[in-house]
Design a protein around this ligand. Structure first.
Ligand SMILES: [Zn+2]
Ligand SMILES: [Zn+2]
Length: 247
């Protein structure tokens, strides 16, 4: 708290120092774990993923209104994934600016809010999946040196603190630097990610794991890591993403 007074945390939405609601006449609209992590005025600007969501990747099912029987998004209906199931918190567009500062502008502190929100909203589901560890999607050594941190590791550590699940950030390494996936189609992504990841241990004795990333788009990255984990006998592979695109 003293630290917060001296160096107020920046709000993940407006990037201004979060206003500390010390003197308030009306109760804060924020749920208790979020006080001091986001401005009360910015909180309503966030949109959470609306139910129902895809039973495989966690994307919101936009067509479900007409057909309540739809369980999977179009992507997951037409192709198989290497992971078992995923969870996500935010619709990507509402958090795009925030995520970009989190990754490229050194705003590691946003992870305190992101992680607290994941724990508050998805924590029960995550714990029900019973993962033995959280595996952050690794970035290449070169990128780690220039950025100074891996945003997925920073996020995983906060989730870990809230939910008591250990972080295994040395298990998977990104051995090939890949070009940005943003402008690639699905096949190009899969191609580019082939052999991008390596397991750093030969004797992995894990049954259930949860991969952590900041954004889920096509799932190619998670699939590439899950493939390696499966080869080592990991049985149940889940992921949690801070944000996800539309299905
Ligand atoms: Zn704000
Ligand atoms: Zn899906």
């Amino acid at each position: 708290m003293i630290f917060n007074l001296l160096f107020p945390r920046r709000c993940p939405i407006c990037d201004e120092p979060v206003k500390l609601n010390i003197i308030r006449h009306k109760p804060s609209p924020l749920p208790p774990p979020l006080v001091g992590l986001i401005c009360p005025a910015c909180y309503p600007k966030i949109s959470y993923l609306a139910e129902p969501t895809c039973l495989k990747c966690g994307k919101a099912l936009s067509q479900a209104g007409e057909n309540a029987a739809i369980e999977f998004c179009h992507d997951c209906a037409v192709r198989s994934h290497q992971f078992d199931r995923g969870l996500a918190l935010f619709e990507y567009p509402c958090i795009a600016g925030s995520l970009s500062r989190f990754k490229y502008k050194g705003r590691q502190e946003y992870a305190e809010y992101y992680g607290a929100e994941i724990a508050r909203i998805l924590g029960k589901d995550i714990l029900a999946m019973n993962p033995e560890c959280l595996i952050p999607v690794p970035i290449h050594q070169k990128r780690l040196r220039s950025r100074g941190y891996n945003q997925a590791t920073v996020l995983a550590k906060v989730i870990s603190r809230h939910l008591g699940i250990p972080v295994a950030d040395k298990l998977v390494a990104r051995v090939h630097a890949t070009a940005p996936l943003k402008n690639m189609n699905l096949e190009e992504r899969q191609d580019s990610l082939k052999s991008a990841f390596n397991l750093m241990e030969n004797d992995v004795k894990l049954g259930t794991v949860m991969i952590v990333d900041d954004i889920f788009t096509t799932g190619s990255t998670i699939d590439a890591i899950a493939r390696e984990l499966r080869l080592m006998g990991v049985n149940r592979i889940y992921f949690v993403a801070l944000s996800i695109g539309k299905g």
